[in-house]
Design a protein. Sequence first.
Length: 503
Amino acid sequence: MKTIASICLIVISFVSILNAQSENDSNISARAYNAEYAKTISILWPAFQDTSQRLHIPTAREVSTPLGISARMLMNNFMRDAFICKGPDYKFYLIGTSGGADVWEENDGINIWESVDLISWKPLGLVWSFDKDATWSKKFQVSPFFGKNSKPVRAVWAPELHYLKGTYWICYSMNYTGIGILKSTSGKVEGPYVDVKKDGPIADMIDPSLFQDDDGTVYLLWAGDKYARLKYDLSDLAEKPREFNFEQKTWSEGSSMYKINGKYILDIATVNPKNYAEAKLPESYDCEVLISDSINGTFKNRHIAVPYGGHNNFFQDNNGHWWSTIFGSGSKVPWAQRPGIVPIDISPNGYVAQSKIFPYKPWRFTTVNPADSLWNTENFDDKFWDIGSGGIGYESQNTPGAVIGTYIKTDSLWCRRSFFVRRPILDSFKLLVYNRGNAQIYLNGEEVSKVKESVSNYKIIPVRKAYIHKGENLLSVFIIKDNEPVYIDIGIIEGKLPNIVLQ
């Protein structure tokens, strides 16, 4: 949960780490685009639909990360340590460190969201609160994370939801350290929840997780490298805490475990210097995976599974595909501290990597007036313009949820982006526009819309299909300051609008 910003970084190539894997396992991170696979998951992931069947230029809310991996934000709510549990009702439940940016010091308790499709999310509200439900964790206390002279704090960090033994359980930690486990007395995800151990924490430190082995034994994992068997009713530890045997010892937190094809797959969060070209403060909070044949054995083959995806979890959708949560921590992520998901592959030997589907072309942009009336046509040469991913501009309190792909603070901006259409447009299409500043939008040199400053969310702008033709097309935009430095993000969708932009 709490990254160590003062860690000294040793620059090691990220590519060399991946190359250390066996050839078969490393290939899963570069699987060729497969139309049948894309069709299967297109309900969950609109951007993966075959562009020969449907035109879709994604917004920054459904983007490619710096490593070319597609990732999608689930909703514009502050959250760290996002965790998704699939229930026996085939619904998905989202939980995490929530409560706003002051969650480092204080929040009200534990919230849960529900979804049937991983797109639309319904809040179930506060299922457990300090004021009504807490026992040992009710008091404010001084946290060792903030210093012995700091003010008392009280917040739930890194809660996880699990369905075990016919009911739901929530393991949680306090920001002043201490771990508890809650049980739903009704068997329902909304509770009510009670502490199974009311007289004090089950374990020290933070970041708990639960893992049930094939024989029904449930383990508590915590603090990145600790684990222990729990009693049958999960009310306390059944043995003294142990430490995982890492072949390559590393600082870690936020661990979780999965048993697949007889392999124990340990997912940890750690800060990596491997993603840097030069030594500097951590910006890479990654999910790494280690593999063992036994929970008590040596965990080997350490590798980065989800770059910039530290403190996550893996889960399967209702079609059997694997996904990872990601909340965004660091300057290179497509959004900051919002829940999202990315598709992953898990090899028979336990290696985990994000699925690469297909890339999208970046924007070309400039802050200098091109002084050419053809700047928004295919006849203009933009090779000297800068290149970046959307959204482009500057985030402020007046653009809530703006996803910054390219940070730039400017009063005016000219942008171009080409896209290819394999067949004539058969349906109406819409522009999805989120802008701060007044924007003029062009398709193939023709002005299609003037959009006044927006300060809330994406605007939906219907456009006649005649503006797009088969073959290469060009989307251009000029945006100029109204009150603050500009921000722009534009997507195009043919036919039905995906729910993601409406949240």
